[in-house]
Design a protein around this ligand. Structure first.
Ligand code: FE
Ligand code: FE
Ligand code: ZN
Length: 281
């Protein structure tokens, strides 16, 4: 089996262009922002463009397409208008994603802004209960967060609490960001097995759909969230290679969000494909 890996791509030239770009750099996974990261208007989906991407994805056995919500959304803002705007954007984005059935929509759970984790989590639950639909084929992913400021999602327990409150919880999964998890204080360098066991006990590995593969510029438990290129941070190349080869992770899609241009991504993808030993079947 081949490693399912890719990276974040720019969506400005459309869907087909992203598929072609992914192919060019040896990726069979890619992620993009549904609209500009500041949360501008959604772009109209051109049906032929969407179809062209679906065809590329099928012919080349793409493992996953991930739409990433804009960073500026906050489902647990103190400002009702921002909460409502977030709900509207995510509902709209989920509609767009149905052009690409059975893929993923990833978002940062939110910042509680001193309202406290409990209040914040309830707002996130309310938002998900308002936007999720029984007929949708997209799985919505809560991303594990570094715990910068008042970010929710630093601990596996917080993500579990969100999932527990969602009625259509089979539509909800988790994206494990290696930089964030490390910055949050989970030692994936010296105790990957232990961290995965904890994840399994609290959330359940069956909820894990995606890995954001990043090195970190900061130390364990720094709560900083600064991504580094693979091998140029404190997680290091060896630990990253253990992650892609771990029997509990090796079949998942991996998406790089390292500070790279396309050539840099191509190189990282190539290096990781060489380091991949195949899944243990
Ligand atoms: Fe993210
Ligand atoms: Fe991420
Ligand atoms: Zn990050």
């Amino acid at each position: 089996m081949m490693l399912n890996i890719g990276c974040h791509l720019s969506a400005t030239k459309g869907y087909r262009a992203m598929g072609e770009e992914a192919l060019k750099i040896g990726a069979n996974v890619f992620q993009f922002f549904t609209r500009n990261p500041r949360g501008g208007k959604a772009k109209e989906v051109v049906p032929e463009d969407a179809k062209a991407l679906l065809q590329i994805a099928e012919e080349n056995e793409f493992a996953a397409m991930i739409a990433h919500a804009p960073y500026t959304l906050n489902p647990c803002s103190t400002d009702k208008r921002i909460r409502e705007f977030t709900k509207m954007v995510i509902a709209e984005d989920l509609e767009v994603m149905e052009h690409f059935p059975n893929n993923f929509y990833n978002f940062h759970p939110g910042n509680h802004l001193k309202q406290g984790v409990t209040v914040g989590i309830q707002y996130i639950i309310d938002m998900l209960n308002a936007v999720l639909k029984p007929e949708q084929t997209t799985t919505v992913l809560l991303e594990t967060m570094a715990g910068k400021g008042t970010e929710i999602g630093r601990t596996f327990e917080e993500l579990r609490q969100i999932i527990d409150g969602v009625i259509l919880s089979d539509k909800v999964g988790v994206c494990f960001d290696t930089c964030h998890v490390y910055d949050a204080g989970y030692d994936i360098v010296n105790d990957l097995d232990g961290v995965l066991e904890e994840f399994d006990q609290i959330i359940g590995l069956e909820r894990l759909y995606l890995i954001h593969l990043n090195d970190s510029k900061n130390t364990l438990a720094s709560r900083k969230d600064r991504h580094a290129k693979i091998g140029e941070g404190l997680i290091g190349k060896e630990a990253i290679i253990r992650i892609i080869n771990h029997p509990k992770l090796c079949r998942l899609p991996f998406c790089l969000e390292t500070p790279n241009d396309l050539a840099g991504y191509e190189e990282e993808i190539k290096m990781l494909r060489v380091a991949y030993q195949g899944s243990y079947e």
